[in-house]
Design a protein around this ligand. Structure first.
Ligand code: UDX
Ligand code: ADP
Length: 473
């Protein structure tokens, strides 16, 4: 066991993304005596974090602007000076991206750890004295071992010898509710072997998190708990989406079924919302990691069990696109569809793995012209995700029968001349749409496909639309 050390005074976080930014903002807000610097190689992103206008922060997250506004410049700093921030820090959080590998061994399943490795190497070189390194990124189990090996090779180098402790402290925040999740977490999980390092991190969280909610585990349990939590949550969504399809075929209503099963206290009522399939940067990636890990250890039955959760999710996304095609007489060529929502869930500008991407791609493939609206997602991001630039509004693509998309400023603008409105993200505004006004602008017969079941279906029907809602028979 290491000797007790003084409390942490200077923290550095590598990676100013959806996890690093909000997490460090809350730590700085709750611990005014700790200096927190968030660094990133992406200068544009850092400039946006430093923007005077808090509505222009690089990520949209309700309540984040207020937290950043209180702490920034006081004890919260955003910088591209990575080495200097590492050198000054007692504790370094690794919060870099770990997407699924696209090539080589484990392509399509394993996480690409090149950014983790690069940041660990940077810490190894730039750190001074004793540094506690905390993994925050979602990682496959036993990544800490690689981080430890890189750091161990640097131990004893440079100024008076440097030493490291490695902890795993997975993030459980959900986008859209990140600030609430960070300020009042169900639990904080800290994995590691060095008790003094664990207590140093507990010392930070205990400024606002009750001791009973801080769980200490070994390193591997902590990493695996994160994958397991996300796999279980995603499994519930695939389960309810599978039942939604059965409800549609049989005349039941999935919301009634969800209410009925959710009242069983053993099951609980949350995460039973049928929809277009789960998106986000974590669920699919973490399950695929789990699958890869199981295969690595020869657990084929376990691997294929979890793989089904992802397969069902892809199936649900394609199913919704097919439903639209079938309803619109089997062809979308030259038809305009209004797509409401592109983010993977409401209250975020994040589109990573958004079900809207696959659904829109399927519809474009069928020749549809999509008018896409989202209050927070930038047009350039939609173009990147769909791998095509928006159509010129006046171009002759419709006549040529080619599919494509263009951005729209409002639901009303998108609905003009459309055969169908498709709701893909549950933005609150879509609960209160003026269906009489929308219907008046659409070509008849007109449809509403509500993949989130949030719109006022009665009002849409009364306005003359044929309404399909996910999970309604
Ligand atoms: C998730 C985990 O919730 C969080 O703990 C972890 O740290 C990161 O991954 P996030 O992806 O941000 O968070 O959002 P979440 O609220 O979990 O939603 C994920 C996806 O599932 C979204 O596309 C959402 O629309 C969908 N979903 C969620 C449903 O379709 N039905 C539900 O009942 C709940
Ligand atoms: P997450 O959702 O996990 O926060 P993001 O992709 O939003 O993921 O953020 C990760 C950030 O980490 C990106 O802004 C990326 O530029 C940054 N990053 C990756 N590698 C490094 C590195 N070696 N040094 C500094 N920043 C890095």
């Amino acid at each position: 066991m290491s000797p007790a050390r003084p409390p942490i005074r200077v923290v550095c976080c590598i990676g100013a993304g959806y996890v690093g930014g909000p997490t460090m903002a809350v730590i700085a807000d709750r611990c005014p005596q700790i200096q927190v610097t968030v660094v990133d190689l992406n200068a544009e992103r850092i400039a946006a974090w430093n923007h005077d206008d808090l509505s222009l922060l690089p990520i949209y997250e309700p309540g984040l602007d207020a937290v950043v506004g209180r702490a920034r410049g006081r004890n919260l700093h955003f910088s591209t000076e990575v080495d200097a921030a590492i050198a000054a820090a007692d504790m370094v959080f690794l919060s870099v991206n770990t997407p699924t590998k696209t090539r080589g061994v484990g392509a399509g399943q394993a996480s690409d750890l090149r950014w983790i490795e690069a940041s660990a190497r940077q810490v190894a070189v730039a750190a001074r004295g004793h540094t506690i390194v905390v993994e925050k990124s979602t990682l496959p189990v036993r990544t800490a071992e690689a981080v430890k090996a890189i750091l161990a090779a640097a131990q004893g180098d440079g100024h008076g010898g440097k030493t490291f402790s490695v902890l795993s402290n997975p993030e459980f925040l959900a986008e859209g509710t990140a600030i609430g999740d960070l300020e009042a977490p169900d639990r904080v999980l800290i994995g590691g072997e060095d008790d003094a390092a664990i207590e140093a991190l507990v010392g930070i969280y205990s400024h606002w998190v009750p001791e009973s909610r801080i769980l200490r585990t070994n390193l591997w349990s902590s990493e695996l708990s994160k994958l397991t939590a996300n796999a279980f949550l995603a499994q519930r969504i695939s389960s309810i989406n599978s039942i939604a399809a059965l409800c549609e075929a049989t005349g039941a209503d999935v919301r009634e079924v969800a209410r009925a099963i959710g009242s069983d206290s053993r099951l609980g009522s949350r995460f039973l919302q049928a929809g277009p399939g789960f998106g986000g940067s974590c669920f699919q990636k973490d399950i695929l990691n789990l699958v890869y890990l199981c295969r690595h250890y020869g657990l084929e039955a376990v691997a294929s069990y979890w793989e089904q959760v992802v397969s069902l999710n892809s199936w649900q996304q394609h199913r919704i696109a097919s439903k639209v095609v079938q309803s619109l007489f089997g062809t979308l060529t030259g038809k305009r569809l209004a797509v409401l929502g592109f983010a993977f869930k409401a209250d975020t500008n994040d589109t990573r793995e958004s079900p809207a991407i696959r659904i829109c791609q399927d519809l474009i493939e069928e020749g549809a012209q999509l008018a896409i609206v989202d209050a927070k997602v930038e047009v350039a991001q939609i173009a990147l995700d769909l791998e095509q630039a928006p159509l010129e509004a006046a171009a002759g693509a419709a006549l040529a029968g080619e599919g494509g998309w263009l951005p729209s400023a409002s639901a009303l603008e998108a609905a003009r001349g459309a055969d169908a409105v498709l709701i893909l993200t549950e933005w609150a505004a879509y609960r209160q749409l003026d269906w009489v006004a929308i219907a008046a602008l659409m070509r008849r017969p007109a449809w509403l496909f509500d993949a989130r079941a949030i719109a006022d279906a009665e009002a849409a029907r009364a306005a003359g639309l044929t309404v399909w809602r996910v999970g309604e028979g």
